[in-house]
Every structure is written in C-alpha cells, then in structure tokens.
Write a protein that binds this ligand. Structure first.
Ligand SMILES: [Fe+2]
Length: 385
C-alpha cells in the first residue's frame, strides 16, 4: 500500500513542432493585451525571439522584450527590475529560454502583483493568492521543466546558496513545448539540461514522497533520457530525439513537483552558488555519487532505475542491479563529456565542509531516501572530489 497522496499537474501543455509560433493567439485567448517577453541575451539573438514577437504582432498583442536574464539568476536580476516592470502595466508574460528565463518571468510576475522580496515567498507555499497575469512558457532547453513546474530558483549570492519559490500558484498558465526551439541549443547546454532532467526523474523516484503517479511519469522519463540524450549529443538536429527529451524533461518535473527532489538538488544549491557552476552540470556530476549515497536505503528502487535506464539486469541480484544503475549514470556523464570530479571545476577542498553545512538548509533534505547529515554528506563530497 502506498501512502495517501495528492497529484497536481496544473499547467496545460500544447506540444508539437511549430507551437512557439502560436504564442500570440494563445496570449490573446488568455486575455493579454500587453505582454513582457522575458529572455536572455543569447536567445535574443536567435530566430526564436522573432518567431515569438512576429506571432504576438500578428495577434495584435503589444509587447516589450526583457533580455536581461542571467544564467542561474540572482535575486537582484528580478528585484532590481520589478519596479520598471510593474510601472509598465503588463497583463501577461511570455518566457522564452531555459529555466533561468522562465524562473525570472515567474519572479517578475509574482513581485509585480504581490510586492515584497523573493525571500518572503520561501520556504513553503507563501504566495497569498492566484497570480492574475497569464504566463506562457516556451522552453528552449530540455532540462529544468520550469515551463510546467511550481518552482522558481534564485541565487542568493550574498549567502553563497540558492533557494526556491515553490507553490502550485507559481505554475505557468500554459506551456508551449516546441522541439524546434530546442534544436539550436549548444552541446554543453543540451548535455547539462538533459542531466538535470535525469536528476529530477531519479531523485523523484528515490524521494520518500514518491507516489504511484509520479513513479509512472519519472520511470518513463528515465528511459527516454537514457535513449535520447546520447542521440541529441551525437546529432543536435535529431528532431525526434529532441522531442523525446522535451517530453522527458516535462514529465520528470511534473513528477518531481509532486514529490520533491533530494540530495542531488540539495547539494547543488551551494555548489553552484559558491563555485559559479551551471545547475545541470553539478546535477549531472553529482547524480551518480548521490545514487551511491542512497544505495543502502533505496536498493529496490535503484534496481528499478537500472531497468528503466535499459540495463540488462537478468541474472543480477537486487544489489547488483542497483549498483549497475550507478555505473550507467557515471558512464553516461563521461560519454556526454561532463567533468567527473569536483576538483576539475575549481571546487576548493577546504570548502567541502561549508558545502555540507549549507546543503542541510535545503528543503529537499527532507525528501531524500537516506537520512542526510553533514558528516555523511562531507564523506560523499570527499569521494566526489
Ligand atoms: Fe534541476
């Protein structure tokens, strides 16, 4: 018997090649007359932005473009701009980009309506009521799944960590999943985004709050990433594999939004922030060590993960299958060219204890299958060093 659970999937998804070009009609149908298009400087130079703005013009929806989103956006990236955004009186938002752009759009929408600081809305669900302005999210990566998630993550650079604003009210109003806008993503972005999606799926499956609906979604996501990530890395123009990755990233985060993540996302918060590393890179590097960390507490679940990854577990004991899942993920990170050790990315060994302490501040700690404490975390970090 499973524990009682509730499962939410609040964001409708319209999926298919060319869907980004429908954004104008969708914004209009949602009642928007003047929207802010939130993106980053890199995406602003691609044809995808024109696809979006042409569509808005065609539908008669006025717009401005905010192309100042930072990678792993800081609190200031939102708070320093919110007064100007609020004064402009937008009645809708379109996020075009990876998780950073979608999260900044979530932050701007939230503070424009309810005011205050981002920290006021975390931890727990502190958004006082519905968010009135529709947010349409178009993800240019297959990774964070922020286009359908209830979370938005911000870097607190003063403290050297990150935090999430999470609430069902924070979900985008509509996600347009268009594989064509993920086609141009560079190899490193594709690799790290793909590992972020795999991290969401595996951590959700290992979460103490995993439930039968999340299990269905994330096991399928694990299979799809294992099959399609090597394909998109070998050929970035493989549309079928790009589409499968986008689907996997979406279902993985829907599962994770319902049951939480675990040690990998907890440890990534300080590692990314202190050492200025992309989220997906740390998630990818630390996924196998975190699986190993959980192995004794989650052997049966890791054996299921091995099967989902496509490992031939015939003749293996449960323990061997669990270990094989770890080996598969470690080999996948090598195959797609991710660094293998923390020392390779400039992590200072004397900072590992601080990382372990800051990791314990994450709300994800409570979800992890193995009970976490600073001493065992430090041991895991040393082994990954
Ligand atoms: Fe993530």
């Amino acid at each position: 018997m499973s524990k009682n659970y509730i499962f939410r999937f609040p964001t409708p998804v319209e999926a298919g090649a060319g869907m980004a070009g429908q954004v104008g009609a969708r914004a209009k149908a949602l009642g928007a007359s003047k929207v802010l298009v939130v993106t980053d400087p890199g995406i602003a130079k691609t044809p995808h932005l024109k696809t979006v703005t042409d569509s808005l013009e065609k539908a008669g929806v006025a717009y401005d473009v905010f192309a100042k989103v930072e990678p792993d956006p800081s609190i200031e990236n939102v708070e320093d701009n919110v007064a100007e955004v609020k004064a402009a009186g937008y009645d809708g938002y379109v996020a075009l980009g990876g998780g950073s752009s979608i999260d900044v759009a979530k932050g701007l929408r939230l503070l424009s309506q309810y005011g205050g600081k981002l920290r006021d809305y975390s931890p727990g669900d502190k958004i006082p009521g519905p968010l009135a302005a529709p947010l349409i999210a178009i993800s240019t990566t297959a990774g964070t799944g922020s286009q359908v998630s209830n979370g938005a993550v911000f870097s607190d650079n003063a403290r050297g960590t990150k935090f999430a604003v999470s609430s069902p009210k924070n979900c985008p109003t509509l996600a347009l999943n268009d594989p064509l806008v993920t086609m141009g993503a560079p190899g490193k972005v594709t690799a790290t985004a793909g590992m972020d999606a795999l991290g969401h799926a595996i951590e959700c499956y290992l979460s103490v709050n995993a439930n039968p609906m999340s299990d269905i979604l994330v096991l399928d996501a694990i299979s799809k990433v294992a099959r399609s990530l090597p394909r998109v890395m070998a050929n970035g123009d493989d549309l079928a594999a790009r589409e499968e990755m986008l689907l996997a990233a979406t279902t993985a985060i829907v599962g994770a939004s319902n049951c939480g993540l675990g040690a990998d996302h907890a440890v990534a918060m300080p590692l990314c922030s202190l050492f200025h590393q992309p989220h997906g890179l740390i998630i990818g590097m630390m996924l196998a060590p975190v699986m190993e960390y959980n192995q004794a507490a989650a052997e049966a679940r890791l054996a299921d993960v091995a099967v989902a990854l496509g490992v031939n577990t015939a003749g293996m004991s449960q323990r061997q299958a669990a270990a094989a899942a770890v080996v598969f993920v470690r080999n996948l990170t090598k195959e797609i060219g991710l660094p293998q050790r923390l020392r390779e990315i400039g992590v200072a060994e004397e900072k590992l204890a601080q990382v372990a302490e800051l990791t314990m501040e994450s709300h994800q700690v409570a979800n992890n299958r193995r009970k976490m404490d600073p001493a065992s975390l430090l041991e895991m970090l040393r082994q990954a060093y």
